[in-house]
Unconditional design. Structure first.
Length: 55
């Protein structure tokens, strides 16, 4: 599956952040960094924003 489509599904609310990261095969913290590069227009708030950074 195209990563852009997975991220779009997350942004539209079809996937949770954990599900999105799992489909992409990455850690949730990496997903947060990836989403920071995505334009803010049309993006829903990331629930990971409120969690303390681990590591």
């Amino acid at each position: 599956m195209d990563k852009r489509k997975v991220i779009e599904a997350y942004q539209r609310g079809f996937l949770t952040s954990q599900e999105c990261a799992q489909v992409l095969g990455i850690e949730s913290s990496h997903l947060k960094r990836m989403l920071e590069d995505v334009p803010l227009e049309g993006r829903r708030p990331c629930p990971l924003d409120n969690q303390p950074a681990s590591g």
